[in-house]
Design a protein around this ligand. Structure first.
Ligand SMILES: Nc1ncnc2c1ncn2[C@@H]1O[C@H](COP(=O)(O)OP(=O)(O)O)[C@@H](O)[C@H]1O
Ligand SMILES: [Mg+2]
Length: 324
């Protein structure tokens, strides 16, 4: 598996095809990209794909998770510092932006960046210069920036927690990665891809899924998105090692099937309730006359009596005057 295969963009559902088209156009440029989408839906994967298919492919790709930067060190982590710039600065430090020079800087969870660092980042994006802490001469750095977020940045801009000017500067090309439940058409392709990856990784035989198992996978809402599906494929590759025939629904973890069972029992519950209500209504309309009520419901008198027994055992729950 080479790097390009590892960060493949698998999928060809309509929602995903649109993203692939944009990806192809954007990868060829150095434009800033803002990727949004739920956790685990493939934002970082897309960023790496764009980098690997760009003119900067053999230059560094530096991924920074803005949520993990210690609050008091954000600026020196990103823009570097000179030795002695603050009390713990024992050595000069380049900072992550400079490490990405000539390559791609991936700023994950950009919504978590403190406002002061946002201001510095904007200045850098505008003029390509950074000023490491403790330096008095700016350094010219050339990077392509791809940012990602799973928050609603527009809402954050309105609330004053994200700079509007930085938002528009990063938003040159917005790309929204759909959650997995909106691209269920890709589930078969994705599972095939992930079981191959897992088999190669653990040197195990390839597993496959029965149509019934795939149906369960398509019905599940995937709150953890592609990451959750990928982990499941790896787990099943390990735990079902040795099973030659395709996996059935009962090989899948219970929580995947529960959702479907819960939905099925809910549907039958409401069907039951509707039936009960319709019988009551018909009996009321016909003042308790079974023959007339059965006609009104379009069923035989015998069926109606049977259903009354089912819903109102020993006629309990039937309003006064409706009992036989
Ligand atoms: N379209 C895709 N095709 C193949 N693998 C994918 C795809 N999207 C995501 N992945 C894989 O799923 C996992 C989670 O994706 P990631 O990019 O880390 O999600 P996010 O950054 O949105 O939380 C990663 O291992 C990634 O390689
Ligand atoms: Mg991520």
């Amino acid at each position: 598996m080479n790097t390009k295969q590892t960060y493949a963009l698998i999928g060809n559902s309509p929602a995903f095809r649109q993203l692939l088209n944009t990806a192809q156009l954007v990868a060829a440029t150095r434009a800033s990209v803002m990727i949004s989408g739920e956790s685990g839906c493939g934002k970082e994967n897309l960023a790496r794909h764009l980098h690997l298919h760009s003119p900067l492919a053999n230059k560094p790709f530096i991924a920074v998770n803005c949520a993990n930067l210690p609050e008091n060190l954000v600026e020196s982590e990103l823009f570097g510092h000179r030795r002695g710039a603050f009390s713990n600065a024992m050595n000069d430090r380049d900072g992550l932006v400079r490490t990405a020079h000539n390559g791609t800087l991936f700023l994950d969870e950009i919504g978590e960046l403190p406002l002061t660092a946002q201001a510095k980042l904007l200045r850098f994006l505008e003029n390509g210069e950074i000023l490491p802490l403790g330096c008095d001469r700016p350094v010219q750095v050339n990077v392509r920036v791809i940012a990602a977020t799973n928050c609603d940045l527009e809402q954050m801009v309105k609330a004053g927690r994200f700079r509007a000017d930085l938002f528009y500067r990063l938003q040159v090309v917005p790309m929204d990665v759909p959650p997995l439940r909106e691209r269920v058409g890709d589930i078969a392709l994705l599972t095939e891809h992930f079981v191959k990856l897992a088999a190669a990784k653990h040197d195990l035989p390839l597993i496959s899924f029965s149509p019934e198992a795939l149906r369960v996978l398509r019905d599940y809402p995937w709150p953890g998105n592609i990451r959750e599906l990928k982990n499941l494929c790896e787990r099943l590759t390990i735990l079902c090692n040795g099973q030659r025939e395709p996996l059935g629904a009962d090989n899948l973890p219970l929580n995947l099937r529960e959702k479907k069972m819960a939905m099925a029992s809910k549907a039958s519950l409401s069907l039951e309730k509707n039936e009960r209500d319709m019988i009551l209504h018909a009996l009321e309309q016909c003042k308790g006359n079974r023959t007339h009520a059965a006609k009104m419901l379009g069923i035989t008198r015998y069926t109606l009596l049977y259903r009354i027994k089912k819903h109102f055992p020993s006629e309990a729950g039937l309003p006064a005057g409706m009992a036989a």
